[in-house]
Design a protein around this ligand. Sequence first.
Ligand code: HPA
Length: 286
Amino acid sequence: MFVRSDPTARDAALTPAIDTVREHTSLEPQIALILGSGLGALADAATDTTVVDGPEIPGYPASTVSGHHGRLVFGRLEDTPVVFVQGRVHLYEGYPVQTLTMPVRLVHALGAERMVVTNSAGGINRTFHPGTLMFITGHLNMAFAAPGVGSDRTPRPTGGDGGGRRHRPYYDAAWTDRAEDVARALDVDVRRGVYAWTLGPSYETKAEVEALERLGADAVGMSTVPEVLQAQELGMDVVGLSTITNPAAGLADGALDHDEVLEVGAQVRGPLTTLVRGVVRVAEDG
Ligand code: HPA
């Protein structure tokens, strides 16, 4: 997992990927939207789309979970040029974090200065239910991995919630506030909370969920934090949005399964699409 990237190959490594995308589209996306499991259909809301398949893009990580390969969907949403990243890869698929965050570096290199990251998550907060939407206001990195580890890109500790000289907070509070206002105006119910990232692929134990609850987590999942860490390193503004698909393991009767996660994802498609459109509309200040 501790992979040292070749310091001379950093940006040059993206060049073949950028060139491949540019053979398909000259669109410069302003916002990248990372779509979580069961949420891929959000890209259907875009117009004037061009699809670039992951396997065509040199260095693009191949998804092994969903049965679908990853792909980039370029288009317009609310008249804003955007790119959807469909079929993300997870740390539990065995990739180094630096590999699974390559799509974020790529979309940033293609123009995206902002990112909306979505996921499906288990609810820890007892007031959450399947279908609850949650703005991520902070995270717990319980996978203890980061794309900056061993990378020449982050030669010393940086980041942190307070921002700091070269880095900004992980989740853009002002954009999230505007998104919350727009959600209210659109009559979409959204909560706020802390997301805990775990390695997976097994769902958590009851003891782990209880421990995460004491640590202050409202939701738990196996994604998102690597992309957010990468985006922060690149100076991107981020809004994070979880769909609670199930009570976290041990908080309800019965076993959890991936199909349940996908099913709830499909059920919230309407309000989530409305909300994501609103988030894109209020991306710019003012
Ligand atoms: N745990 C971890 N990841 C998840 C869950 C969960 O309960 N639900 C959806 N993704």
